[in-house]
Design a protein around this ligand. Sequence first.
Ligand code: ADP
Ligand code: MG
Length: 347
Amino acid sequence: MVATKPAVELIAVSKRYPNSQLAVSQINLRIPKGSYCCLLGPSGCGKSTLLRMIAGHESVTEGDVLLDNRNVTNHSPAERGTALMFQNYALFPHMTCLDNVAYPLKVAGINKSARLEQARELLAKVNMTDYSNAYPEQLSGGQQQRIALARALIRKPEVVLLDEPLSALDPFLRIQMRKELKRIQHEMGITFIHVTHSQDEAFALADTIVVMSKGELQQVGSPQAIFNKPANPFVANFIGGHNIIKNTPELDNTLTNSSLTGIAAETAFSVRFDRIDIVEEPENNTLPAAVMDVEFQGNHSLVHCQLADSQPITVLCRDNETSLTTLYPGKPVHLHVNPTALNLFTH
Ligand code: ADP
Ligand code: MG
């Protein structure tokens, strides 16, 4: 495997706001050049603080920020080669879209015809050519965002930083815009760092997901790696689709040849909702359970059950599974869990 040079490297980066607890704690992270990275975590976990420290809009309390192997910890935003797209877009209301996009080049002293030419190219890239002469107030939120993105891209930054860029859009536009972000990132080959609290968004967009909680890194990996092997109960719970189950001697005895053998009781593990099957009769690797509730979700249903020791466990059934029609609250069932589907937490 070829080691990719990091565009961004964080070394033991921490942030403490005056008179408050650590907002970001000892983050070590390397983000490969040209990749799409999502910072994912619940509100208040430190995502925006970390993003602003990379951009230079927030001072670093401790640690170092390296961009393309240059230590930029004490550099201003303009000296870094990063571009932050603000959550509220921050467009200039008295300027046309074309002038808004061209503005960073004007500040940089580029002559008018050259900067307008580049601005037109960027407007085409974000599919906003028809709005060149419109003013921001004449645009929808989604269109304003495209203009803000074009403006962030015009100086060809090494790293583009986006703070919850899709959260103000309605669900339909959000999905459309996320496809466009990915296309633009891919076409331009620029490193994107995108803050989100939506696991769907991170799964759809990211090459690398960085999961955070309470200012700390929880797990870093591809969407597939994170979904298949969540490192700890926080990650399993936050990304969804996983049962978190406490090991008990009964489970240990039932799930033969499982990775549970030898691990301590009370140790938790996770198993995906879609890796469990409902069967009528007990067999190898089945756990007795009772159906509590069936939730219809379109092309699948979630069957919420309870194990004999009252631990909750959810099973995802596709709509073509015949057993689904025979389920009702209170029905005793057996849950088949393939021992290879058990994920032991690493921390
Ligand atoms: P997120 O973007 O993940 O929602 P933030 O980075 O905005 O989280 O905030 C992380 C923590 O830092 C929160 O506890 C928040 O209240 C605190 N915080 C954020 N900005 C400031 C600030 N300017 N001054 C003091 N505390 C702040
Ligand atoms: Mg935030």
